[in-house]
Design a protein around this ligand. Structure first.
Ligand SMILES: Cc1cc2nc3c(=O)[nH]c(=O)nc-3n(C[C@H](O)[C@H](O)[C@H](O)COP(=O)(O)OP(=O)(O)OC[C@H]3O[C@@H](n4cnc5c(N)ncnc54)[C@H](O)[C@@H]3O)c2cc1C
Length: 631
């Protein structure tokens, strides 16, 4: 937590903050400013306390915002002149991230927005192009700079930049102040509490957070008064160092992205989402729709990744909404839970060597993937450069997760791009919108247009192999191959598997269920499975629904009965393995059910069972505490 001691005094009618102590990850403690305090005599011989004020370059790196920007606030409070600077070091940016046209546009829009917002407070943003060290050397001397302030980041390339700036400071005689505000906590504190290494499972991570307490509280908003106390850059400088246009950087200006960059847009979107408090409190992921035409999640990730929005602000706004609600979803599936996933990956990434690579990454399974340069190139073009929210920690963490190389261990779950699409969006509306070249194919071909006849392809105005590529792999062959490979790798690298696996909370994987006859004459069914902790967020509620329905179908007791289904919270779960084994055999889909919060459980109403197969229900002690929740 940031603790601050303010000693207020009135100097020439202006209320000044004299002492601000930060313990929030600053590389130079603010206490050093105390040394600069002295007693001055002002007009009329009234003794005044004053301090040496800095001439500061505030270097924006990722935190492209004015709200919750602790280091900018500290810069303003300790300076008599402040130069807000963004160094557009193209070589640095392109070598450290795969930044494509969409993201360039987003970045330039964010800088333009920052410039406008600084203008409203009486300052401006100076965008200086060039290699960052040369730019700093040049301007430190030109502007007599005594301090550089910057946001502390955890990526190796940003850490290296900060270390270089520190070295430059020692050489040229300026101070450096950096503070963490891109994550909820200073991740170093989490590492310290975990004995110096990162917690490698979400469960362990939450445990450490419970010892740490709440995340850092956002700092106050900046005002015109804050900026008035410091001299702003001359208007001539603003003209000389204006935000470039895409064309200046030879970037295509036309962007299909509906996400406009910048703090202003980010805050507007945040407010929009928060007005729907019911949506916020019932948010459960992965019970969201990945291929809906409009995002079924917040879509705020590009703003968080560039720091146009503060995660701390979002976290506390959510806390306020939760505090007013009767029920709300919880981590790992809630909105706050999503921010904690982000924090989890930030923490692990901050202390894991080669986090974005397989080679030399100690938590990642070493898998002998295909070595096919052409396919790799195609994959990179599609996935990396088009990302608007590309983020070092989250991206690599989720790819490890998705490929079952770390964190996620149900490697037998393989998504088929054709079957997944057919199941979740049978008409292919998503494909028709985002791949308009395929839009005239009949729905039965929309996910596998290469199976359409030549005549049908002509009619759809799209010849596969000419207007649209053939599939890169045969899905069945590739998934069979990968399955075997993973099985073998996991046996050989058992110790690496265990690192991010976490302990099981139940040794058995036997499905268990209880049935309860309700006073209304209907039945309540509670269902659980061993090892809840991983089930809920790996399998998700959608599978709970399916499993419930499957068991109902399987149990003669419920034939022709109306049944109330309860989703039971921890420590109960459901099994996707059972689903995979049994569900396809039933040859039909589960009924659509609408969740209704009730008595702390999610309750599903009204599944009418018309068919039943014999299957015994097993009582299980884990279910007993939840029986009291049944009406
Ligand atoms: C293979 C793969 C790669 C990914 N790469 C990125 C990436 O480069 N940058 C990125 O921001 N997200 C990435 N994600 C995570 C996730 O898909 C996005 O954060 C999320 O979809 C963004 O949408 P949202 O802002 O609407 O999220 P919401 O569901 O509204 O969540 C709010 C915020 O929580 C955080 N969050 C949500 N999901 C995750 C998650 N799975 N892991 C960590 N943090 C999460 C994000 O900051 C997000 O903006 C990746 C996921 C996968 C499967």
């Amino acid at each position: 937590m940031i603790s601050r001691r303010f000693a207020d005094s009135h100097i020439c009618g202006v209320k000044k903050c004299l002492c601000t102590k930060w313990n929030s990850g600053s590389s130079i403690c603010f206490d050093s400013y105390l040394l600069g305090f002295g007693i001055l005599k002002a007009k009329g011989s009234i003794p005044l306390v004053a301090r040496m004020l800095h001439r500061t370059i505030h270097l924006f790196r990722k935190e492209l915002r004015l709200h919750d920007n602790p280091v900018l606030l500290a810069a303003l409070e300790s300076s008599e002149a402040l130069y807000p600077v963004y160094i557009l070091d193209t070589a640095f940016l392109t070598s450290s991230m795969h930044i494509g046209a969409l993201r360039w546009n987003f970045l330039l829009q964010s800088l333009e927005d920052l410039h406008k917002n600084l203008g409203k407070l009486g300052s401006c943003l100076l965008v200086i192009q060039g290699q960052y060290e040369l730019v700093l050397r040049d301007h430190i001397q030109k502007w007599n700079i005594t301090q550089v302030t910057l946001d502390a980041e955890m990526e190796p390339f940003y850490k290296e930049m900060e270390a270089n700036i520190q070295r430059l400071g020692a050489e040229l005689g300026f101070e450096v102040l950096s503070l963490v505000s891109h994550s909820l906590y200073n991740t170093q504190r989490i590492l310290d509490l975990n004995g110096g290494s990162p917690p490698l499972t979400y469960k362990r991570f939450l445990h450490i957070l419970s010892l740490l307490g709440d995340p850092e509280v956002p700092v106050r908003n900046l005002t015109a008064e804050d900026f008035q106390r410091c001299r702003a850059p001359d208007p001539g400088l603003a003209e000389c160092y204006r935000v470039p246009l895409p064309v200046d950087l030879k970037i295509s200006p036309e962007s299909l992205s509906p996400w406009r960059g910048g703090e202003t847009e980010g805050l507007q979107r945040l407010e929009q989402h928060l007005t729907d408090q019911g949506w916020v409190t019932s948010f459960t992921k992965p019970r969201t729709i990945p291929n809906s035409l409009l995002p079924s999640t917040t879509g705020l990730s590009p703003y968080f990744s560039m720091g146009c929005l503060s995660v701390r602000t979002f976290f506390y706004r959510l806390s306020n909404i939760y505090a007013q609600a009767k029920h709300h979803s919880l981590p790992p599936v809630s909105l706050q839970g999503q921010l904690l996933w982000r924090e989890f990956f930030y923490t692990v990434a901050s202390a894991t060597p080669n986090f974005t690579q397989m080679a030399g990454n100690p938590i990642c399974l070493q898998i002998c993937w295909y070595k096919d340069a052409e396919r790799l190139h195609k994959w990179k073009t599609v996935f990396e450069e088009l990302l608007l929210d590309a983020d070092y920690s989250i991206n690599a963490g989720n790819w490890m997760w998705l490929s079952a190389s770390a964190f996620f261990h149900q490697y037998t779950r393989i998504f088929c791009p054709v079957r997944f699409g057919k199941r979740t969006d049978p008409q292919g509306d998503y494909i028709r919108k985002y791949l308009p070249i395929l839009k005239n194919f009949p729905s039965k071909y929309i996910y596998e247009p290469w199976t359409a006849s030549e005549e049908e392809q002509k009619q759809a105005g799209c010849i596969i192999g000419q207007d649209y590529p053939f599939p890169m792999v045969n899905h069945k062959e590739a998934s069979d191959h990968n399955l075997q490979l993973m099985k073998q790798v996991r046996e050989e690298q058992h110790r690496t598997v265990q690192l991010t696996r976490g302990e099981r909370c139940c040794s058995t994987n036997i499905p268990c269920a209880v049935a309860h006859r309700l006073s209304s004459g209907t039945w309540a069914l509670g269902l659980g499975f061993g090892c809840f902790s991983r089930m809920l967020f790996h399998v998700g509620y959608e599978h709970h629904e399916q499993l419930f329905w499957l068991l109902l179908k399987c149990c003669p007791k419920f034939k022709n009965k109306s049944v109330t289904l309860f989703f039971l919270p921890s420590p109960l779960g459901a099994s996707s393995c059972l689903l995979q084994k049994c569900f396809p055999k039933t040859g039909s889909s589960p009924p659509a059910l609408t969740p209704q919060p009730q008595a702390g459980c999610v309750c599903l109403q009204g599944a009418e069972i018309s068919e039943a197969l014999p299957m015994p229900l097993v009582n299980h002690p884990y279910l007993h505490p939840y029986l009291s929740l049944l009406p």
